[in-house]
Design a protein around this ligand. Sequence first.
Ligand SMILES: Nc1ncnc2c1ncn2[C@@H]1O[C@H](COP(=O)(O)OP(=O)(O)OP(=O)(O)O)[C@@H](O)[C@H]1O
Ligand SMILES: [Mg+2]
Length: 354
Amino acid sequence: MIKTIKLQGFRNFSKVVFEFTPGISVILGPNASGKTNVLESLHILSTGKSFKAKLEEEVIQYDADIGRVEGVVVGEEETSTTLEAVITRGKMNIGAARPEIVPRKKLLVNGVPRRMIDFSGNFRTVLFGPWDLDLVTESPSIRRKFLDTVLGQVDREYRRSALSYEKGLRQRNRVLWDMREGNIGPDRLLFWNQLLIKNGNYITDKREEFINFINGLEFEINGLKLNISYDKSVISESRLEQYSEEEVGAATTLVGPHRDDFIFNKGERSLSSYGSRGEQRMGVLWLKVAELSYIEEKTGERPTLLLDDIFSELDEEHKKIVMEISLKQQTIITSVDDDFTKDLKKVNKIKFLG
Ligand SMILES: Nc1ncnc2c1ncn2[C@@H]1O[C@H](COP(=O)(O)OP(=O)(O)OP(=O)(O)O)[C@@H](O)[C@H]1O
Ligand SMILES: [Mg+2]
């Protein structure tokens, strides 16, 4: 669980410290007071990445050169780890004629610089906000990103494979491009084929295992079972062979987990085409519950749940379900009002004035 965070030059915060309890913390404040920014900083400590910035330097306070998030995480055995993310604009004004060129991002664990794959996984979180409805309704890339975020948090080998696959894919596409231009022959593909098959199969297997896990958590809406079908794009020698001509024509790799998708169904019908908005929301809730349980099963610890402003969109019954889930692990909730906390015995309130 996360104990404290310190933000410096991060979004609307010049310098501030927040403390969290093992139970429920509620961040309260009017619109634009910085509630979501706090969750964003927590998510950066968890994954090394922002969930909303398109360009990472967006998180740096307008007039600052550096944005910094530091957090102390304590494990089951009271061991504490300090995680730190430092984001810059790539250069720093040091008073000299020219600005100094600096790395855009530095991630540190206990003061030691770490690569992204070794930084993430130290503080596990599940994030849930109104935008998650996009998981049901929007394009496949959002669903693949979701799979990567969950699996990447529990499995270093998955993080390594995903990174290696992504780099290999770019290289292989470049070779396909050169082949189309007639510059090189197909033997240049062999190395990249092997690399993509090896890493791609690992990714596919883990995604399949997780999707089977979700389907094992039974959840019904109006008597019909929710289920997910994995629309996987397997990469193998024979599949690459099958698409070899088309791939050169398109100068792009046409099979592999970068083309995966999954579909939510209620019974036999897809939730994106036939589900009501409320049903789609329940589909996402089911996914989030599965995410919490899966991470617990894999790591032995429940992750911290981050809820961004979700109550305004839920009816009473679903509010109750979410509050029950919130009691099971450390949960940090943002909201404009605290009506939903009235039945809670213990709650840590953090108030912003705006
Ligand atoms: N790089 C930045 N530097 C300074 N301020 C920023 C930066 N990025 C965003 N902000 C400020 O942060 C505010 C938004 O904060 P945030 O999204 O956390 O608000 P919120 O409390 O979640 O509001 P809401 O209730 O509307 O969701 C914006 O109004 C903006 O002024
Ligand atoms: Mg917000």
